[in-house]
Design a protein around this ligand. Structure first.
Ligand code: ADP
Ligand code: MG
Length: 405
């Protein structure tokens, strides 16, 4: 049995026209001989009636102090509405389908409501239903805890549902349909001449996603990578096949084979705060105290530079008041710089190529953009800039590395 998993994101299901495209992709793949498992997100974006963010806003305004467990019970409604809507549309086209909740599709999770981890996927019911139905529609973003409560998987959770199902079902491919033509060299909302990539390795996109490229969730890529299930990221609004994500050996099946580039793309995380704590002679003790205190207060830290003079790191803007208070309590006098953005230049080939950092500095200084902090690894160079400079920094770097070519 050739199984294909298709995942449709919020904007892909938001309007009647978009849903027509969804039905078209389903019809085409059925005709090609696939058994289809279709994972859906909630319809639309913040403000649309049944979108995830709309439900969250609803609860915040009208739901009093809704406990996390009950908030998840509310959240799963978004995907149920979109799944049942699609079922009705398929029925009208004489395509038989059945809707399964995350629980019915076999997603078992821990009990971290709002951000549950998948423990395993036992898709027996999905396989059963595939025997008699053309399409099995699965509500994305959700599972069930071991004692039967509904749980949700956090941001980007439907991507994770799709690749986890693809892995569990030994699917031939997982197609992630969205509102852009695949994975691009940068977010096209910011860098207008960003170019779609035909192929990326799991490692490259995992890295880009971790650095903020929201086109696919990094957990989804990690799960796909573990089972080597190929993933395509493609547009709902065209028939273009988009970007193939696979192990580099997987690219050999496709015409060109070799992908030789040193920079793959550019990503960003906005809304971070830089915190500098001077050591004042405290040395190791300071490092230990600072990072222990952050951990104990569940403040996630990033972009850490440790020197004898002290420590510099970043937290999300939303954690900055709490972080400052914690440091204050410990008797430190931290310097707090809100409103920064982390810009990352990503590429498997960065390692050992001379002059890359020089080109980054050149690109940014040509636009008088101050680098607040920088770091590098085998595959990534990070720079921290003021948020007002972020858009220009992304465009300048994209140009400097000629990623539009
Ligand atoms: P969906 O609802 O389909 O999951 P998302 O909004 O989560 O859609 O992801 C698609 C969006 O990701 C695009 O509209 C685009 O703005 C953004 N994006 C960020 N970085 C990239 C990138 N490198 N390539 C493509 N899209 C990107
Ligand atoms: Mg998404």
């Amino acid at each position: 049995m050739r199984i294909m998993v298709q995942k449709f994101g919020g904007t892909s299901l938001a309007t009647p026209e978009a849903r027509e495209h969804v039905v078209r992709h389903i019809r085409r793949e059925l005709a090609a001989g696939y058994r289809l498992v279709v994972v859906v997100s909630a319809m639309g974006r913040k403000g649309d009636p049944y979108a995830t963010d709309t439900l969250l806003d609803w609860a915040a305004v009208n739901g009093g102090l809704l406990p996390a467990r009950e908030r998840d019970l509310l959240m799963v409604c978004g995907e149920i509405i979109s799944a049942t809507t699609l079922c009705g549309l398929l029925e009208q086209e004489s395509i038989s389908s059945v809707v399964l909740t995350g629980a019915q599709a076999g997603f078992r999770t821990d009990e971290q409501f709002g951000n549950a981890r998948i423990l395993d996927v036992v898709p027996a019911r999905v396989l059963d239903e595939l025997d008699t139905k053309d399409v099995v529609i699965v509500t994305g973003f959700q599972g069930q805890s071991l004692n039967g409560d509904f749980t949700t998987l956090g941001r980007g959770g439907s991507d994770t549902s799709a690749t986890a199902l693809g892995a569990a079902l030994h699917a031939e491919i997982v197609d992630i349909y969205t509102d852009v033509n695949g994975i691009l060299t940068a977010d096209p909302r910011i860098v207008e001449d960003a170019k779609p990539l035909s192929y990326v390795s799991y490692a490259e996109i995992c890295n880009m996603a971790h650095q903020g490229a929201k086109v696919i969730h990094p957990r989804a890529v990690e799960i796909a990578m573990q089972s080597s299930v190929p993933v395509r990221v493609r547009s709902t609004f065209s028939d273009n096949v988009g970007t193939l994500v696979a192990n580099p050996e997987g690219f050999k099946d496709v015409q060109t084979g070799i992908v030789d580039r040193f920079v793959t793309g550019i990503a960003y995380v906005s809304n971070v705060t830089q915190i500098t704590v001077h050591s004042a002679g405290k040395g190791h003790q300071l490092q230990l105290e600072v990072f222990k205190a952050m951990a104990e207060n569940s403040i996630s830290v990033d972009f850490i530079n440790v020197t004898p003079a002290g420590v510099v790191y970043t937290v999300f803007d939303s954690d900055s008041i709490k972080a400052a208070a914690v440091l204050d309590e410990l008797g430190f006098e931290p310097q707090i710089l809100n409103g920064c953005a982390k810009v990352s230049v990503i590429g498997g080939g960065i390692n050992g190529v001379p002059g890359i950092m020089a080109r980054i500095v050149e690109a940014l200084s040509e636009h008088n953009i101050q680098i607040l902090q920088s770091a590098d690894s085998n595959t990534t160079i990070w720079v921290l800039v003021n948020k007002e400079d972020m858009v220009q920094a992304l465009r300048a770097l994209h140009n400097k590395f000629e990623l539009h070519r």
